[in-house]
Design a protein around this ligand. Structure first.
Ligand SMILES: [Fe+2]
Ligand SMILES: [Fe+2]
Length: 265
């Protein structure tokens, strides 16, 4: 199976002609499927641009959403809207609300949006304030402590879903591919070739997902788990355990690109 992966494509920053050129770039790899690890667009144009992309690439598109996909919307409403809409579309699968996707007899695909869950780094000392807190409705009007509680809940939701999926997958498949938007380890939170610092880590890594990945890969050493993520817009690969690898993809606003082409046995 031939797969193309891209992340943080932020299609809403492109003109129609630029989007068409980006979609055409997928055909070079002659993929059987495309993986997108979030920050596809923003809530008001998400359906339109996802549908446009899937039509243009004409192969199954598996995706999770990133924080930008909820801009100018409410998280649960956006998730439910995409879930309901994908159930009526062939070729579009939102992994946060799907079950296991068997790609080959040996390999299964899982995923969840994830969220910077405020647990790595030093949330309380951090001067960082993301636009998320202004334009995602869930955060509007919340104080710093209430925002942290919400970040914890979002991270825990991702970990719960991925824990269930990993439990079902690990005994039956040799390889698990996991798509998520937010790096699940601070070691995977790349910024210009280095690990993100304590000010940024609370918002750029999801500890709850990292913990469930560690637990499951330690319990199933014969199962190889590869995580694909984005969010930091800086690329890197880290081998957390012999059977747990995390690939973080790069991105530039207004210039989306194919991050990797690979073959799944
Ligand atoms: Fe992004
Ligand atoms: Fe993001």
């Amino acid at each position: 199976m031939r797969v193309v992966w891209a992340t943080d494509i932020h299609l809403n920053f492109l003109q129609p002609r630029e989007r068409a050129a980006f979609y055409s770039s997928f055909h070079g790899g002659q993929p059987d499927a495309v993986f997108i690890t979030g920050d596809i667009a923003e809530a008001p144009c998400l359906h339109e641009l996802l549908g446009e992309m899937q039509q243009a690439i004409a192969v199954p598109l598996y995706f999770v959403l990133g924080n930008h996909d909820f801009y100018h919307g409410a998280i649960e409403t956006v998730r439910r809207g995409i879930q309901d809409w994908c159930s009526t579309q062939s070729g579009l699968t939102y992994l946060s609300s799907s079950g296991l996707i068997e790609l080959t007899p040996k390999t299964v695909l899982i995923g969840h949006d994830g969220w910077g869950d405020g647990r790595y780094g030093n949330y309380h000392q951090s001067p960082v304030r993301l636009s998320d807190q202004e334009v995602i409705w869930d955060f509007q009007g919340l104080d710093k402590q209430s925002i942290l509680a919400k970040l914890h809940t979002l991270g825990d939701e991702a970990a719960l879903h991925l824990g269930e999926m990993l439990t079902r997958a690990a005994g039956s498949y040799e390889q698990v591919i996991c798509l998520t938007h937010v790096p699940p380890f601070k070691e995977a939170c790349w910024y210009e070739g280095k690990m993100g610092n304590d000010d940024w880590l609370p918002f750029f890594a999801c500890q709850a997902v990292g913990e469930v990945l560690l637990e499951m890969t330690r319990a199933h050493p014969d199962c190889q788990v590869t995580v694909f993520c984005g969010h930091t817009h800086h690329a890197g690969i880290v081998q957390i355990l012999p059977n747990l690898c995390v690939k973080t993809g790069s991105a530039e606003y207004g210039q989306p690109h194919v991050e990797e082409f690979f073959i799944i046995e």
